[in-house]
Design a protein around this ligand. Structure first.
Ligand SMILES: [Zn+2]
Length: 106
């Protein structure tokens, strides 16, 4: 796993704002909070969004908005699977980030 802490190309700030936009697809626009510059855009794969701390009902609502929603699957176990995998991915990413940057995070 390679890790990279995103910075503004214009002013090098890491004070960034994620704006989630939903229409036919889910997109995340990243804006610098210090200079207002457009930093990046991510297009999420169907079912690719996970938001920590939200409940199962909220998970289901987002799934319904996704075209990747599949009614045949056991959504309760999918919820558990996605939730655990997202948390594990976050822990692993933090570990790699600490290895790369040490205690001096940009
Ligand atoms: Zn900036």
């Amino acid at each position: 796993m390679q890790v990279h802490i995103q910075k503004c190309q214009n002013c090098s700030s890491t004070n960034l704002r994620n704006i989630i936009a939903r229409d036919d697809a889910q997109r995340v626009f990243v804006q610098c909070q210090d200079c207002g510059h457009f930093v990046a855009r991510y297009v999420l794969a169907p079912g690719g969004y996970f938001h920590e701390g939200r409940d199962y009902e909220s998970f289901l609502r987002t799934r319904m908005l996704d075209r990747g929603y599949s009614s045949g699957r056991d959504l309760k176990s999918l919820y558990k699977e996605v939730s655990e995998s997202a948390k594990e991915g976050f822990e692993e990413t933090l570990k790699r980030t600490k290895e790369k940057y040490g205690d001096e995070l940009p």
